[in-house]
Design a protein around this ligand. Structure first.
Ligand SMILES: *[C@@H]1O[C@H](CO)[C@@H](O)[C@H](O)[C@H]1NC(C)=O
Ligand SMILES: *[C@@H]1O[C@H](CO)[C@@H](O)[C@H](O)[C@H]1NC(C)=O
Ligand SMILES: *[C@@H]1O[C@H](CO)[C@@H](O)[C@H](O)[C@H]1NC(C)=O
Length: 749
């Protein structure tokens, strides 16, 4: 039939819904007079209007005769087409005739349809005629047709929606009583309104039907709720409808609750959503897996894992099994918090309980492991996916490629990349850039460039990150000139290079010890591409010089920076200060501090710590104390490093009184001592024959899980053995064996 082409998925859904209508009638009569349900209104039953009678215009005698001829002809036809047998009537046929003919053939549904089709080919039928066919089709239970006939009307171009709605609704009500009297017709009309986005009209129609004492089905209302809550603006309206409709007799079921609970969650009101879950059972709707999983995943999303787990418990106690959606929410939560092992444990447990994870769950875990640089674990999962025939998608491939690239395993990354392409998945700029970066980092710059060309051939545009990776790769190979050329070319091609590109390359070069190249890059970039270093560039270079003890070069950079008007920050100064101290250049350190204070750059505790550490090494506790006082005078508070430095310094200078005092103060402030501070204190007290203090510290240290020097263990093993406490002695010996075998390095001062 011609109209079948109109049927869409949503139409089929409607039909499915309608097959379930009998279910709803267990809950309430499908259509109920408001008066029966709602006693408050039943007394005022005058409010309820009857459906109108159908009263068409009477035909003239000539028309009646004409109609009679056509009706007889079409009723008597066998297999001939209407077109042929009606050929002689065609010229005299008027739209008016259509309805009179319907009156005479209304009991033959197929004929009505055929005749309607015939008439439609000639001229657009009146809305009334369409409504009549709709009513007859409903009475004949051809709901698919009904849906199509209504939808067809709304799909006409240039329709004045609001006027058409009023007309259509009126005509439908007008033709209802005499042509069909099947209330499904209103449901389908309503559903089409909803599906075509006429939500206000749908709401008006619902109200209009109430005045006739009709209530639409839950099914229709659920469709309405779900369309309302498709976008954020509709949530409030959906909730309003949800709260109001029961007053007129709608009996919501689990599906309705699920829609609303989802909306409430989307509005971020998870407590209310949870509350509604508890309430729905009282009202006779059993929450299902969808209900639970909506709330559970929201709890995971906002970080309330405990509540999510409790709900899972409740749900399982009811015999409901967690679904992959829940599984994924929990796993996602754990992955986001870096708890990959726990996340995988959840996956295993859920699998044991028969939940089949989907590719999203696996991808979440794979991505999580890759981000933690645990590529072997990621790959195991990736492999497991293949064994279980779960198809990895674009995201999965990108994650694992990224993981391998980060780990420098370019052969594996390349294999996966090819597998991805052979599966018909198209790599994008990010995939290519990841690989290019990987190859550059492993020094395979040629490979990187060939990927770059491949990328360009595919019409993908390399971005700043891609070029940064390439330039970085070139620099690492010592090809700073070519890198500069490349950057210059990109620059002149209009791609905005930023100082981050620059800094990341300088940083990379410095880290790999290519400070000469880094310095060269800095100079050339200014010359060639007009790019200026910033204070981060300078600080990176200075740090590199400090590390190789080239303090004069570092200091020159500070001068240059200053001269060019870049204000060094405390970070820059701390880098230099640390450098001076590492090189034992105490006087320069002192001068730097003065300079800082002079220029109004506030040092911080780290700055002072560097100086104090150096004075302590030089056994100059007087100067140390002076600096400490200076620091406090600046309003800076000592931190854990300060205390550890001072304690070790005073112990070395055998000032156990001050060291002991600092220990107490530090503990009171909640700072922790390092093992080397404990060692220094214990040895100091022991030398002073303050055995009780030494022993207390030794116990405290062990409680902290710190390992003492072997020398200290020996002292205490002797001491306790002499006291005759065999058991403790043996315990200590065990500890010595365990720790001194395990321990490989000691803390340095
Ligand atoms: C709710 O009712 C509608 C219509 O009666 C039905 O299609 C749907 O399956 C019901 N939902 C549940 C969860 O029972
Ligand atoms: C001092 O500055 C350094 C940067 O050089 C920073 O890492 C550190 O956290 C700062 N210390 C304090 C106590 O603010
Ligand atoms: C000082 O405490 C910070 C954290 O507060 C810690 O990262 C650092 O390792 C501690 N330093 C020492 C020397 O204990």
């Amino acid at each position: 039939m011609k109209r079948c082409a109109i049927f869409s998925v949503s139409c089929l859904q409607t039909i499915l819904h309608n097959q379930c209508l009998s279910f709803a009638s267990n809950c309430l009569p499908f259509f109920s007079y408001r008066s029966c349900l709602y006693h408050g209104l039943s007394s005022s039953s005058t409010n309820i209007r009857p459906f109108p009678d159908y009263s068409p215009k009477k035909p003239t005698i000539r028309d009646a005769e004409f109609v009679h001829h056509i009706s007889t002809t079409i009723k008597l036809r066998r297999s001939e087409s209407l077109r042929r047998i009606l050929k002689s009537y065609e010229s005299k046929f008027r739209p008016d005739h259509l309805i009179w003919i319907f009156m005479s053939i209304k009991n033959d549904y197929k004929l009505v349809l055929d005749f309607f089709d015939w008439a439609c080919l000639r001229r657009e039928p009146s809305l009334e005629a369409r409504c009549i066919v709709v009513q007859i089709a409903t009475a004949s239970k051809d709901l698919k047709m009904v849906h199509g006939l209504i939808r067809e009307f709304w799909e006409k171009p240039n329709l004045d929606v609001s006027l058409s709605f009023t007309n259509f609704a009126e005509k439908l009500i007008y033709t209802y009583k005499d042509w069909g009297s099947d209330p499904h017709v209103f449901d389908i009309f309503f559903q089409v309104l909803v599906e075509t986005g006429m939500l206000n009209e749908a709401r008006n129609f619902f109200d209009k039907l109430l005045t006739y004492g009709l209530v639409l089905s839950v099914d229709s209302c659920n469709l309405f709720l779900s369309h309302l809550s498709r976008n954020f603006d509709g949530f409030e309206m959906a909730i309003k409808v949800f709260n109001e409709y029961p007053e007129v007799g709608i009996c919501w079921n689990t599906t309705s609750y699920n829609i609303i609970i989802n909306s409430i969650c989307q509005l971020g009101k998870i407590k209310e959503a949870h509350h509604l879950l508890l309430k729905m059972e009282f009202r006779g709707s059993i929450p299902d897996v969808v209900t639970y999983s909506t709330i559970i995943s929201k709890y995971c999303h906002v970080g309330e894992l405990q509540k999510a787990l409790r709900l899972i418990g409740e749900m399982e106690a009811k015999g409901l099994k967690a679904n992959p959606y829940i599984c994924n929410s929990i796993i996602l939560f754990l992955c986001k918090n870096g708890k990959l092992f726990e996340a995988e444990k959840v996956l295993r447990e859920m699998m044991m309980q028969g939940v089949v994870p989907d590719n999203v769950v696996y991808t979440t875990l794979i991505d999580g492991y890759c981000k933690l640089s645990n590529v072997p674990a990621a790959y195991l999962l990736f492999d497991e996916m293949r064994v279980r025939k779960i198809i990895p998608d674009f995201v999965t491939y990108t994650a694992i490629i990224h993981g391998f690239c980060k780990a420098g395993k370019m052969t594996e990354a390349d294999n996966i990349f090819h597998e991805m392409v052979s599966r018909g998945l198209q790599p994008d700029e990010v995939t290519y850039t990841t690989l290019i970066d990987g190859y550059c980092k492993t020094g395979e710059v040629k490979k990187a460039f060939s990927l770059h060309n491949q990328m360009a051939r595919k019409g993908l545009v390399p971005n700043v990150v891609t070029y940064t990776a390439l330039a970085d790769g070139l620099c690492k190979q010592g090809e700073v000139d070519i890198a500069i050329e490349l950057l210059q070319e990109i620059h002149s091609n209009g791609l905005q290079l930023n100082v981050c590109t620059y800094n990341s390359i300088v940083n990379g070069l410095c880290k790999s010890g290519n400070i000469v190249q880094a310095q060269k890059l800095k100079e050339k970039m200014e010359e060639v591409a007009g790019m200026h270093p910033d204070s981060f560039t300078y600080t990176t270079l200075m740090d590199a010089y400090c590390k190789i003890r080239e303090m004069d070069k570092a200091y020159m950079l500070l001068q240059e920076m200053w001269d060019r008007g870049y204000k060094p920050t405390v970070v820059t100064f701390n880098v230099l200060m640390n450098g001076f101290c590492l090189s034992g250049m105490l006087e320069d350190g002192e001068r730097l501090l003065e300079w800082m204070l002079e220029k109004g750059i506030m040092p911080n505790t780290t700055t002072y710590n560097s100086l104090m550490k150096l004075y302590c090494i030089r056994n100059n506790m007087r100067a140390t104390t002076e600096i400490y006082r200076g620091m406090c005078a600046q309003g800076l508070m000592p931190d854990n490093n300060t205390y550890n430095i001072l304690i070790k310094g005073h112990c070395k200078a055998r000032d156990m009184k001050t060291a002991g005092f600092l220990h107490k103060e530090m503990v009171a402030k909640g700072f922790l001592l390092t093992a080397s501070s404990y060692n220094a204190l214990i040895k100091g007290f022991h030398k002073r024959k303050k055995f009780v203090e030494a022993r207390e510290l030794f116990e405290e240290m062990r409680r902290q899980g710190l390992i003492a020097d072997r020398e200290i263990y020996n002292l205490f093993v002797d001491m306790i053995y002499k006291e005759g406490n065999m058991e403790v002695t043996l315990d200590l010996c065990d500890e010595v064996i365990e720790n001194c075998l395990v321990r490989s390095k000691n803390e340095d001062m």
